[in-house]
Design a protein. Structure first.
Length: 282
């Protein structure tokens, strides 16, 4: 399995392959090879900054001689007009790196900003906001890192690091007990130390799960806040609890006040507007 650094390197290789092709002919035709210059990353709207460390990877992938001076770190609350960092080096390199760097930073900062808004709605509660697998293909590791920068918590990274038994698994397996037993048998037989979570659709499902055992977390799928409160009371701290489905910024606090441990929100990554910023010469 590839490491996070290897996955990010693959992403950057693909990003430059689709953007650069056989060369940045605009830059090559207008900028002398020996021209040196400076650019700065300017924040153009309020939000949470994310992607500074990745920006350095992008710049150095294009040209290791570029010198970057960081003023604002990842996770910082930024305002319009703030300067996140400056970069100095060959002008051609700065121009070639610009769009790929901005695309990644704007996306990550948008995710971090959205996450902060959701987590702030839960101030004073123990409930944590979780991300999901509803991420941009190839960008998952960066988007999940941005969630953490915004104050959220990562759910599973992919299909490999946790067992999440959802409704389709249950239906195809022939019932909730069979699915849980098979998951535990699989882990034992294959030497896998994986947390097991199961999705439930009713209070009766919860009773069946608690009676059967063998899970670390129960996910309440499309429960109302009132039903969630009943569900949390029924679980009574025996396992972790999570709410999912139909949850918005407007009703998030109701779910948190129902006492659930986690709330998973696909909108942290699938419905995000990038944070506006620019990379300008100075």
């Amino acid at each position: 399995m590839k490491t996070t650094d290897e996955l990010i390197d693959d992403l950057l290789n693909l990003a430059f392959a689709e953007d650069l092709g056989d060369g940045d002919h605009t830059t090559l035709s207008t900028i002398p090879a020996d021209a040196m210059g400076r650019s700065r990353l300017i924040i153009k709207e309020d939000g949470i900054l994310a992607g500074v460390d990745i920006a350095e990877k992008v710049l150095h992938k294009v040209d290791p001689t570029i010198k970057m001076t960081v003023m604002l770190k990842d996770g910082t609350e930024v305002k319009k007009g703030d300067i996140a960092f400056t970069a100095e080096g060959p002008v051609r390199s700065l121009l070639i790196a610009e769009r790929t760097m901005l695309n990644i930073m704007q996306r990550m900062s948008g995710v971090a900003t959205m996450t902060r808004r959701y987590q702030d709605e839960l101030k004073g509660l123990h409930t944590r906001v979780l991300d999901t697998r509803k991420t941009t293909p190839g960008m998952r590791m960066l988007e999940k890192e941005a969630v953490k920068m915004g104050g959220g918590t990562n759910h599973r990274i992919g299909l490999f690091d946790m067992i999440l038994i959802k409704d389709n698994h249950i239906d195809f397996a022939g019932g909730i007990e069979k699915a849980i037993s098979r998951a535990n048998d699989y882990c034992r037989e294959n030497g896998k130390d994986l947390k097991i979570e199961v999705e439930v659709r009713s209070l009766d499902d919860i009773r069946r799960v608690l009676s059967h055992g063998g899970v670390d977390r129960i996910m309440f799928d499309n429960f109302t806040p009132a039903l969630t409160k009943e569900a949390v009371a029924l679980v009574n701290g025996k396992v972790e609890t999570e709410s999912s489905g139909g949850i918005t910024l407007e009703n998030l606090r109701e779910y948190g006040e129902a006492g659930v441990d986690f709330i998973s929100v696909g909108a942290l990554t699938h419905s995000v507007k990038g944070l506006d910023m620019s990379f300008k010469a100075y």
